[in-house]
Design a protein around this ligand. Structure first.
Ligand SMILES: *[C@@H]1O[C@H](CO)[C@@H](O)[C@H](O)[C@H]1NC(C)=O
Ligand SMILES: *[C@@H]1O[C@H](CO)[C@@H](O)[C@H](O)[C@H]1NC(C)=O
Ligand SMILES: *[C@@H]1O[C@H](CO)[C@@H](O)[C@H](O)[C@H]1NC(C)=O
Ligand SMILES: *[C@@H]1O[C@H](CO)[C@@H](O)[C@H](O)[C@H]1NC(C)=O
Ligand SMILES: *[C@@H]1O[C@H](CO)[C@@H](O)[C@H](O)[C@H]1NC(C)=O
Ligand SMILES: *[C@@H]1O[C@H](CO)[C@@H](O)[C@H](O)[C@H]1NC(C)=O
Length: 677
């Protein structure tokens, strides 16, 4: 009884064990999928390990090592009813990172074996599968697909160092091909480098019905090629046993490589589930850091562009700073209210644009502008200067002249000093300069009343310069183009004091010529010392100019005697026909007494002997009619002037006459000597 019971118990235990065993063995259509090996049912030995990010690392780069990884449970490979190997399919992604760029070993193999141990297996060319004694033995019952990265011609007749082979019980492949994948059905093939360090996907499929084995490879970013790399008819029933383990084996030899499996899917009796490529763990980088396109191309370009932008901005700011930088020295501090900011003037004149240009005078260009804050209309004169020498004194003078206030002077509002430039800011005169109204006009644009008013105005302004202020100011450049008209046609004398700038040698090009020919008294050519009486001389020429509507010297005059205005008027005066010199545009539309006075006073002021000229105080009185003109003093003029002109014409070296508008004049003056006299 007891024995029976014991037998029964044993039987029960056995059946339990069997039940347990069969539970352990995967069922006929069993399978698995691992997108990364974290927590996977795999048994490792040798160097194999699962990295923290889920890679199955079979070997690292230590030499002569083996790594194994097997699914923990065996699979039933044979149909229990007919003993034939069942259809199965697997797909996995591996990556091999060689020790040296293109040198590493020995490869990786997908294995189906009866045990997980592979006892006595050797590294290097044996791929951790066999050893020299059992290699090739039928008793091994090992099926493998090798991915071999070392060519071993002697032992195993390898075709190259980058091939895929089907191994049965030994490493002499029964079928092999260089690693590649078909691109299309017409035989197009792309080579693959097993040791590229890039992940490669493999499909191993066996049809139990057809006894056909297909092995297909492709990079992971390529869908499974239709044509397998290896397709081989093989009766696996003679190789594998009933229960088999599946897994990977890898080995290193004298050359080593890190062999990785990234993901693995297996299925008995059906197609293996597709791996999810995006979920696979990433392989470590190989060699020098492999940068993405963004890093290698994008970043430098973005960097360059950014650098360019930054540099441009900095340059812009620096340029702007420099452009608008204020030159300021201690001595200028007192002139605060008279100093203008360059930026303001720049804005006022729209950056000194051509369409704001009012004119180009002997001293520089004059621009119209509107001051940004006060909205006051101004004229900005750009005077170039080459050296700082004398500039300080000149600025002092300019500023002090800014204190000159007279209704017949163009008000100087202030200055701005720049490198190589001096900017003078004046009241804006809407009607421009007088000469525009006098010359080249077919009919009178200023009637006699206006002209007489202008003459009296200029006289008054000049008188103020000479005597109305704490120091004598010599204008040095009295002429119709320096007389500006305000909106009520009041004359305002401009440019006073500027001549000094040039006499001090600040403008090398025009050092000699400040005055305009015809306004220059003869004594200036000898001593070049300006005095109030030289202004009177110029004013005389100016009066004749306004009365006669002709320039003091007119090279294009119809007759030789008309060339020099003073001589011409004088000759009419001696004949008692002085009023015949009146501007024909005026017709008879003038006050004869005033005209007579202006012409005669013009002649008197043009006296060649400075002391014989009236002072501006006297001139103002004559013009006001307070004192009658002493016509007798004109008689000496006839003689003296003739002589004076001669002196003027002969003593003038051509170099001193280089004013832009009168460059031809030295020649004219010379020809005057031969033809006119
Ligand atoms: C491991 O295998 C056992 C038995 O087949 C199964 O129950 C378990 O879910 C598996 N675990 C993983 C992570 O696949
Ligand atoms: C490989 O792994 C072993 C054991 O983990 C370690 O001792 C060795 O230093 C590693 N070799 C390299 C090259 O990483
Ligand atoms: C096993 O063999 C039997 C008889 O040949 C067949 O009917 C069955 O489909 C086979 N099973 C598999 C999984 O191939
Ligand atoms: C591909 O590999 C084969 C054999 O290794 C070689 O003959 C062939 O030239 C290679 N093709 C290309 C395009 O590299
Ligand atoms: C192997 O590949 C061939 C050709 O592409 C195909 O016709 C055949 O069905 C495949 N066999 C298996 C088992 O996948
Ligand atoms: C395959 O091998 C088995 C075992 O040797 C045998 O029974 C079977 O007939 C073979 N099948 C084919 C198609 O050769």
């Amino acid at each position: 009884m007891m024995f029976v019971k014991l037998e029964l118990l044993l039987l029960l235990l056995c059946s339990f064990l069997l039940l347990f065993m069969s539970c352990m063995v995967a069922s006929e259509d069993a399978g698995f999928i691992y997108n990364g090996f974290q927590g996977a049912n795999v048994s490792l030995d040798g160097m194999a390990q699962i990295t923290p990010n889920g890679l199955l690392m079979l070997t690292n780069q230590s030499i002569r090592q083996i790594g194994h990884a097997f699914y923990s449970y065996p699979f039933q490979f044979k149909n229990q009813s007919d003993g034939n190997v069942i259809t199965f399919s697997t797909t996995f992604v591996f990556g091999i990172l060689p020790e040296f760029q293109s040198l590493g070993g020995h490869g990786i193999a997908f294995v189906i074996t009866p045990t997980r141990a592979l006892p006595g297996a050797l590294p290097a060319q044996y791929l951790g599968l066999f050893n020299e004694f059992n290699n090739g033995k039928q008793s091994n019952h090992v099926f493998a697909v090798e991915f071999d990265t070392i060519m071993n011609t002697g032992d195993f007749s390898d075709i190259n160092n980058n091939h895929v082979g089907i191994d049965i019980n030994g490493l002499m492949s029964i079928h092999a091909a260089p690693a590649s994948y078909a691109t299309d059905h017409s035989g197009g093939v792309n080579n693959l480098t097993l040791m590229s360090g890039k992940p490669i996907q493999v499909w191993v499929e066996y049809s139990g019905l057809n006894k056909q084995l297909n092995v297909t490879l492709a990079p992971i970013d390529v869908t499974k090629p239709d044509i397998p790399l290896l397709s081989y008819y093989l009766n696996l029933s003679q190789v594998v046993e009933d229960l088999m383990y599946i897994g990977f084996s890898s080995s290193t030899g004298a050359f080593s490589a890190s062999h990785y499996v990234l993901g693995w899917s297996f299925k008995m009796n059906g197609p293996a589930k597709e791996l999810s490529i995006s979920q696979l763990p990433k392989l470590p980088r190989i060699g020098p850091k492999e940068h993405s396109k963004f890093l290698t191309v994008g970043l430098p370009i973005i960097g360059l562009v950014l650098a360019f932008i930054v540099i441009s901005i900095v340059l812009f700011i620096v340029r702007r700073k420099r452009k608008f930088a204020e030159l300021l020295e201690d001595w200028e501090l007192n002139y605060g209210p008279h100093r203008f900011k360059y930026k303001d003037l720049y804005i006022a004149t729209n950056g000194f644009r051509e369409n704001e240009l009012l004119g180009i005078g002997g001293f520089g260009r004059v621009y119209r502008g509107v001051l940004p804050t006060s909205k006051i209309e101004v004229a900005v004169k750009r005077v170039s200067h080459k050296s700082r020498q004398g500039l300080r004194e000149f600025v002092a003078e300019i500023v002090s002249m800014g204190r000159l206030r007279h209704r017949n002077l163009v008000q100087l509002l202030g200055y701005c000093r720049r490198k190589g430039q001096l900017l003078l800011v004046y009241d804006y005169m809407p009607n421009g300069s007088l000469d525009k109204f006098l010359f080249n006009q077919s009919k009178a644009t200023l009637n006699w009343g206006q002209r007489f008013h202008v003459i009296k105005g200029v006289a008054s302004g000049l008188f103020y310069l000479h005597e109305g202020w704490e120091q004598v100011v010599v204008h040095r450049d009295v002429k119709s183009s320096n007389v500006l008209l305000d909106n009520e046609f009041n004359a305002r004398l401009g440019d006073f004091g500027l001549a000094r700038l040039y006499n001090r040698g600040m403008h090398p090009k025009t050092t000699h010529v400040v005055r305009t020919l015809g306004y220059i008294p003869p004594e200036i050519t000898r001593s070049s010392k300006a005095s109030p009486s030289s202004d009177v001389f110029s004013f005389g020429a100016f009066m004749l100019e306004v009365a006669c509507g002709r320039r003091p010297i007119d090279p294009q005059a119809s007759s030789a005697e008309k060339i020099i205005l003073v001589d011409w008027v004088l000759s009419y005066w001696t004949r008692g026909k002085i009023l015949e010199t009146v501007d024909p545009n005026l017709g008879s539309d003038y006050v004869a007494e005033e005209m007579d006075l202006v012409l005669k006073l013009g002649l008197l002021c043009s006296h060649s002997i400075p002391t014989a000229r009236p002072t501006m105080r006297q001139v103002v009185r004559f013009l006001a009619g307070d004192v009658p003109l002493p016509e007798s003093s004109l008689h000496g003029q006839a003689f003296a002037h003739g002589k004076g002109t001669e002196v003027f014409a002969t003593s003038h070296p051509s170099s001193s006459l280089g004013n832009t508008s009168t460059t031809q004049l030295p020649l004219v003056a010379d020809s005057l000597l031969s033809t006119g006299r």
